[in-house]
Design a protein around this ligand. Structure first.
Ligand SMILES: *Cc1c(COP(=O)(O)O)cnc(C)c1O
Length: 336
């Protein structure tokens, strides 16, 4: 692999390390989406992963790779929620001290979930980037190890284990739609899939507000952007102006990147609930949303959508469900 320092072998090593701790998640077909799109659509359910998102794959791979001394010093992470939850969960399992820096704007239900797992929560700043600054400070002051949410070879290799599972579960896979924020998830999956077959298309999907990687790829360099509210809150956060791995890997591997609006994401959440009986969070629903709106994507005959997480606030889920059932009733009345 030319421009990256991460190889397929790292992903196989990651799989060996995390097997038995992290779930091999189901790949299920989605008959309704398949009919709509005219291709066979499958959903990879990382929403059913330990802690409710794929983040535990990378975090586990990284933490099992620490030296005894590093484990002794503890770990620190900054996160919008899912990465923090994964780090806190694994730290508790491995008996490692963990501090989690979180922006004050992260929804309360996410903060509570992390506290429950025994990690120390440090609220700081009003953006993911500010929380990250605080985390780096702790690395310097207290000698703790940073568990980066995406820009670290061990994290990317851990997320890449999803790609290995897909190759086994659906050897004929032609296209994969992957939620895209910092790019750790898509970089790992793309490396695994393209190593097997460079023809497999890898498409990133982001929300249309503050899609940092999307715009950075078009600018040819990492950009910084303001964060705006989105129901795909797990996709918030920059890629780092001094991004080391994921920007280059995205440049090298991605065939396309598309954007979806919050309304489209809400449709994706409601569709997954109604048609596939799945609880999916905003970030996890962007791929479904992209297919529903028939974004100009060349899907090929076998397409996989990575459903990256299921940690959604129950009230938000119920609101979306209610709104959708009302709209449906209205449509039926109009049709009469
Ligand atoms: C973190 C996260 C993503 C994005 O992953 P990146 O590696 O930052 O691109 C997507 N979906 C969910 C549910 C997440 O928690």
């Amino acid at each position: 692999m030319s421009s990256s320092d991460i190889t397929l072998k790292d992903i196989y090593i990651a799989r060996q390390r995390i097997t038995g701790i992290v779930r091999k998640t189901p790949l299920v077909s989605s008959p309704c989406l398949s009919e709509l799109v005219g291709s066979s659509v499958y959903l990879k359910l990382e929403s059913l992963q330990e802690t409710g998102s794929f983040k535990v794959r990378g975090a586990t791979n990284k933490m099992l790779d620490l030296t005894e001394e590093q484990k002794e010093q503890g770990v620190v992470a900054a996160s919008t929620g899912n990465h923090a939850r994964a780090v806190a969960y694994m730290a508790q399992k491995l008996d490692i001290r963990a501090k989690i820096c979180i922006s004050k704007d992260v929804p309360q239900y996410r903060v509570e979930a992390i506290k429950k797992l025994g990690a120390k929560v440090i609220l700081s700043g009003h953006s993911q980037d500010e929380a990250m600054e605080r985390a780096f400070q702790l690395v310097e002051d207290q000698g703790m190890t940073m568990i980066h949410p995406f820009d670290d070879p061990a994290i990317i290799a851990g997320q890449g284990t999803i790609g290995l599972e897909l190759l086994e579960q659906l050897p004929e896979i032609k296209t994969v739609l992957v939620p895209l924020s910092g790019g750790g998830l898509i970089s790992g999956i793309a490396l695994a899939l393209k190593s097997a077959d460079p023809e497999i298309r890898v498409i990133g999907v982001s929300m249309d507000t503050s899609a940092v990687m999307y715009h950075s790829l078009r600018a040819g360099e990492p950009l910084e952007m303001n964060e705006e509210y989105t129901i795909a809150d797990a996709l918030l956060g920059g890629i780092g102006l001094n991004n080391k791995y994921t920007f280059r890997m995205c440049q090298e591997y991605l065939d396309d990147t598309v954007l979806v609006t919050d309304d489209e994401i809400a449709d994706g959440i409601a569709f997954a609930l109604k048609s596939d009986h799945l609880v999916v969070e905003g970030a996890g629903a962007v791929g479904v949303a992209a297919l529903l709106r028939r974004k100009k994507i060349e899907v090929g005959c076998k397409v996989v959508v990575i459903v990256s997480g299921g940690n959604i606030d129950l009230r938000l889920l119920l609101n979306i469900a209610r709104e959708h059932s009302c709209r449906q009733v209205n449509r039926q009345l109009e049709g009469q």
